[in-house]
Design a protein around this ligand. Sequence first.
Ligand SMILES: NC(=O)c1ccc[n+]([C@@H]2O[C@H](COP(=O)([O-])OP(=O)(O)OC[C@H]3O[C@@H](n4cnc5c(N)ncnc54)[C@H](O)[C@@H]3O)[C@@H](O)[C@H]2O)c1
Length: 463
Amino acid sequence: MEICVVGAGYVGLVTSACLAYLGNQVVAVEANPQRLTSLQAGEVPFFEPGLDDFVKSCLNTGNLKFSDNLEQGVKDSEIVFICVGTPSLANGDPDLSQVMTVARAIGGALDNKRRRLIVNKSTVPVGSGNWVEMLVNQGVQAVQPVPARSARPESSVFSVVSNPEFLREGSAISDSFYPDRIVVGSTDDASVEQMRKLYKPLITQDFDPPECAPRPKGLEHVPFVVTDLASAELIKYSANAFLAMKISFANEVAGLCEKVGADVKQVTRGIGLDGRIGASFLNAGVGWGGSCFHKDVMALQQVAREYNYPTNLLEATVKVNERQRLIVIQKLQDELKIIKGRTIGLMGLSFKPNTDDLRDAPSLTIARQLLKMGATVKAYDPVANKECKRQHADLDISYCDDLIELATDCDALVLVTEWDEFKRANWREVSRVMRWPLVIDGRNVLPEEEIVQHGMTYRGIGR
Ligand SMILES: NC(=O)c1ccc[n+]([C@@H]2O[C@H](COP(=O)([O-])OP(=O)(O)OC[C@H]3O[C@@H](n4cnc5c(N)ncnc54)[C@H](O)[C@@H]3O)[C@@H](O)[C@H]2O)c1
């Protein structure tokens, strides 16, 4: 199929490359000139394991192209994906300006030559499918003057469906080829069938897996879930809210564990083995972050407010997370007493491992608070140092090139991002270079016994 993907960020780029790999002709339209130039040269402008080589291989087949010409992209395609960002505004509402611009531009590019399917992959509030349709129509009308009314594409020349994205940064290619489910929101049978046809290789898993993303053992079928537009939009928000809530739940239990002398790792293992609950996302630590959880939970609350509907669980989910980020500071105070004048080393900056994404990263909250309290802050992240320096030039952090440089002369190390490299650290060497041998494990993943064996103090969360 001929496909246009608008926005080549995490979602748009991975979607474009995967659809191209499956044999479709894909043009990815990107408005950011630097990003476009890198992509055209086969360079991925952010860190995602395997994506660089995968994109290059798709470019080499000729199935994938990058462009800044949205109009041409739309004209040449039968399916147009909207994959632009929907970040939070200061008041918590999602900023839908990118979606608005793109929907109108798509409308302006439509012609009567064929029926286009407009697929919204950006995470948008409930009811946005109808709003996108309205904007596309506005775009259609803006370019067709009234006398040319007969030439105007009717709304039947396009249809809007919602196809929320569930990929996780760090495993984005695998998640795209082997999703837990594909959700399509539409009440138009022809559109649903077109989406089913597009996704057939994924639904039936009858494609040769790329080297970078082997098929999980036993996977033969991916559920294709058809809903109305509003339900598809709500599925996306509710899924993220539920995952955030699971982490906040583990963190609330962790606090209680510390009070009663229990170990949250043992407790969550015991809970997670219950098939009705499940073990994933039941991890206590410095809390959740990233580009999606906070903004999606806020947006869900905003929708509820519009209907005067109370969302007590969502409010608590956010409150627990805000408190949790600063729990490591409390632990530092318990151990070091005075923070002013201390040197604290942050192990990891990205909001989770295997990405350099710093959006809503707990590390930033922790660094800011430590700096405010008069500490010297050092940091080392295996991939995100450069991005942090670039995006947060205001943060007075000394960046280090490895863990030993980070640990040197530190009064405490705080593990913020659970990179594998930190789990395998040489604690003997670390203990030799630190000024004060304190390790706060903000993700409960470090080898406590080994750290203690080397004469250091270990503090986890909820243990
Ligand atoms: N990142 C994730 O893990 C993830 C997962 C699931 C869903 N989502 C959702 O998917 C959407 C996209 O997220 P993302 O992380 O890929 O965002 P992103 O900010 O990384 O990428 C968006 C891209 O769109 C481009 N863009 C903006 N306006 C444009 C225009 N008019 N024409 C062409 N390109 C334009 C931007 O330059 C940018 O490259 C968001 O709604 C997000 O909530 C993200």
